[in-house]
Design a protein around this ligand. Structure first.
Ligand code: ADP
Ligand code: ZN
Ligand code: ZN
Length: 748
């Protein structure tokens, strides 16, 4: 770019990041200065020479010409990490429509004062033999928490205390009691913050299957020849994907490279982490959303300095500043949480491929139910496809029964549980095997509607249905608005106003009526609000402290429960009623994952899918665990209606103070797009849909209006976006704003 002015930030690792300064580019340097470069500039009153990074170049100055200082020089020798990261931020801004500041904040960790943090760890004192005896003693006495902790200590010797009280769910009192018994001691030290620290114990190597070997040899040979690309490993849970990841990482490290492993936060379990720690010891670091800014910064520093070679974490781990990045692994790539919900609204899949390209690294996607995007890439040759077809943990795919709920009602069964499900639950309870019941919904009784006139109780601020909670309150899940439960329809006065569908809590109550002796755990957004409750519930179930686990989609991921031999999906079609084009895909994924939870151990499993739409292809293919069948059928639909991945889609989201002004702006944008000269040649190819009020038409009294743009070429949509941005800027709006989202995961 030939711009005459450079926007420069002085210290990219401080909060100051949001204060760029503008400088004039001297004649000699015009055309030479690029975004990301480190330059020397005069700063402050004394004009001391300081280093800064160029984050943008423009033709027009936002200040008076004579007030601007001049860039002194380019620091040629410094094409460093920051340069790469700033370029990446610039790409994010361009690709997703964001401010440079928001993009920089996504990419760069912010430095804060590092304070010493106290870490406690728990260490085994006993010799191995004594420990084994003690373990048997605890087990005999049914002191389950003590036994659980000791079992882990025998393997690991030392464990961080927060891991013990958190994921292992052992109370502090128990630790203290065991310390008093002389089993262990608790130590405290100030450490350079490392969120998990375990000693590596050489894990015994597995004999890899032929399928596994082929993948590993193939990819590592590509790596050795510097021609890594994109790869998809399609394999059900338990087919050995993680094992392949670890072999790939070992290979990459021995080639002198480093690796990033993306795992959705919800699947980032203690068991999974431990496998990586056992294999790679303290070369591994972990990030999660619970880390403080300071901890995140420390992790990135360790990566930058080369103290670690592997970073594991959710999507933000992508920005780990490795000097020698060789591989990015993205497990469960279909997960919705890989898409950022805030600006820049990036998808980790696309960013991973961009970062890999910058480093000449490879990307390995893994999934049991790949997203249509990645599978389509594989089909069209932009990504190499591998399949792992066997489950190595033993266990077979479960027998699946699809139950038509309409038929149940006809036969006089008004319960939430079909007769088949009841029969199988009774059987499992008798056999002391575990059951999982899955409901795609949260809250006590879902929404409240009038059986006489159909009126639905909604939040006056957010235009979404209120949910009934215990204690007779109606609550809005977006803004927290509350009102008392109504007993008469406010529209027609009918007394028949009630909850329409059961929530998890109601299911638990119904279960207790049927099986008063059963022990039941519930897991949904309400029971997992506190920091560790998610792990606590899963650990308790895994430790067989309950017979039945009832939950929302949270329970279909992560943990493996070998004793679960029955899975019930209570209302498969609830997720089909979501009003966006991914509803079928999401339903297929959820059902497949849920069904796949049964029969992971020695005993064969069974699954019951209850639905009002047994004829829907998502339900049919999920019951058969047939991904390819589903893919073919779903692609027909995407192709017919020009939805991603066949075409690309962009949401233009307008926020406004009044409904009318939002609509008005939307219409202006449409008129502008239609007569914009660049659009002329694209006529017929660019589709504009809307304007419409968003599904959430109003949040916190701000109105939301949407336009959807579709085009086969992503680049064209980026063009349209910058045109709209330019146009909106000329309007100098005060009460309206416009944001963009590419290929959104949910309807707006
Ligand atoms: P996924 O990531 O696909 O769910 P994992 O890699 O976790 O699969 O493997 C499932 C189980 O099988 C794990 O307990 C793992 O240790 C074991 N496993 C993986 N590969 C092999 C192998 N080649 N031989 C024996 N066991 C294996
Ligand atoms: Zn009514
Ligand atoms: Zn609300």
């Amino acid at each position: 770019m030939e711009g005459k002015y450079a926007n420069i930030i002085i210290d990219i690792s401080h909060e100051k990041v949001d204060r760029p300064f503008q400088y004039r580019i001297p004649q000699l340097l015009i055309g030479k200065i690029a975004v990301g470069m480190e330059v020397v500039i005069p700063f402050g009153r004394g004009n001391t020479a300081r280093n800064g990074y160029v984050i943008g170049i423009t033709d027009e100055s936002s200040y008076e010409e004579d007030k601007l200082k001049e860039v002194i020089e380019i620091k040629e020798d410094r094409m460093n990490m920051e340069t790469d990261l700033i370029r990446l931020a610039a790409w994010l801004k361009e690709q997703y429509g964001s401010t440079m500041i928001a993009a920089l904040k996504t990419v760069l960790p912010v430095k804060q004062k590092i304070r010493a943090v106290e870490k406690r760890s728990v260490t085994l004192i006993l010799e191995e033999k004594e420990a084994e005896q003690k373990l048997q003693f605890f087990q005999k006495k049914h002191q389950v928490a003590r036994a659980r902790l000791l079992e882990q200590l025998i393997i690991e010797k030392t464990l961080p205390q927060e891991l013990v009280t958190g994921k292992l769910n052992v109370p502090l009192k128990t630790i203290q009691a065991m310390e008093a018994l002389g089993v262990l001691y608790v130590s405290s030290e100030n450490i350079y913050r490392n969120p998990v620290k375990c000693q590596s114990t050489a894990e015994q190597k597995k004999d890899l299957s032929e399928e596994q070997k082929t993948i590993i040899q193939d990819i590592l040979s590509d790596a050795a020849q510097q021609k890594l690309g994109n790869y998809l490993i399609h394999g059900i849970t338990g087919s050995g994907k993680t094992e392949v990841y670890m072999e790939l990482i070992a290979g990459i490290i021995s080639q002198g490279k480093q690796a990033i492993v993306l795992i959705p936060e919800i699947a980032l379990t203690y068991q999974t982490l431990l496998r990586f720690y056992r294999r790679f010891g303290d070369k591994v670091s972990v990030m999660n959303s619970r880390l403080s800014q300071g901890e995140r910064f420390d992790q990135f520093e360790r990566a930058r300095k080369g103290a670690i070679d592997i970073m594991i974490g959710p999507r933000s781990a992508l920005f780990t500043p490795f000097q020698r990045l060789g591989l990015i692994i993205m497990d469960e790539e279909q997960e919705g949480s890989y898409k950022s919900e805030t600006m820049p609204r990036y998808h980790a899949r696309e960013v991973a491929m961009k970062i890999a390209a910058m480093h000449k690294a490879g990307v390995v996607f893994g999934s049991a139910t790949p997203s249509l995007e990645v599978y389509h890439m594989a089909k069209s040759g932009r990504c190499k496809l591998y399949e792992l077809t066997k489950r190595l943990t033993g266990g077979t795919l479960p027998m699946v029964y699809t139950i038509d709920l309409r038929e149940e009602l006809k036969q006089g069964n008004r319960s939430i549980f079909s007769r088949k499900l009841q029969e199988l639950m009774q059987d499992r309870l008798e056999k002391k095997q575990q059951i999982m019941l899955f409901l795609n919904r949260r809250g006590y009784a879902g929404f409240i509607s009038c059986r006489s006139c159909g009126h639905v109780m909604k939040c006056p601020h957010c235009d979404v249905a209120l949910s009934e909670h215990k204690g007779g309150r109606l609550i809005c899940h977006y803004c927290g608005y509350e009102e008392p439960m109504v007993h008469k329809c406010p529209v027609c006065g009918s007394p028949f106003i009630t909850g329409f569908k059961a929530g998890t809590q109601q299911i638990v109550e119904a279960l207790y009526k049927l099986y008063p002796q059963a022990k039941i755990l519930r897991m949904d957004a309400d029971t997992t609000k506190s920091k560790d409750s998610y792990d606590t519930i899963l650990s308790a179930f895994s430790n067989q402290e309950a017979d039945i686990l009832v939950g929302t989609q949270m329970i279909v991921k992560g943990h493996d429960f070998p004793n679960v031999t029955l899975v019930g999906v209570l209302a498969a079609d609830l997720s089909l009623h979501a009003n966006d084009y991914r509803a079928g895909e999401r339903t297929f994924q959820l059902l497949t994952q849920a069904v796949g939870r049964a029969g992971r151990g020695k005993e064969a499993g069974e699954a019951v899918i209850q639905t009002y739409q047994p004829e829907h292809y998502s339900v049919i293919y999920a019951a058969k665990q047939d991904y390819k069948g589903f893919y073919e059928e779903e692609m027909l639909y995407r192709d017919m209606l020009q939805y991603p991945p066949v075409a690309q889609m962009m949401v233009v989201l307008i926020s406004s103070r009044t409904e009318e002004s939002g609509m008005e702006l939307a219409k202006k944008i449409i008129i502008f797009l239609k007569k914009s000269p660049n659009m002329e040649e694209e006529k017929g190819k660019l589709q504009i849909i809307g304007p419409a009020a968003a599904t959430l038409g109003k949040i916190n009294d701000i109105f939301r209006t949407v336009l959807y743009l579709k085009h086969r070429e992503y680049e064209q949509l980026i063009n349209s976006r910058s045109q709209i941005e330019g146009f909106v800027e000329t309007l100098e709006l005060k009460n309206e704003s416009v944001q963009f989202d590419f290929n959104p995961m949910n309807a707006y």
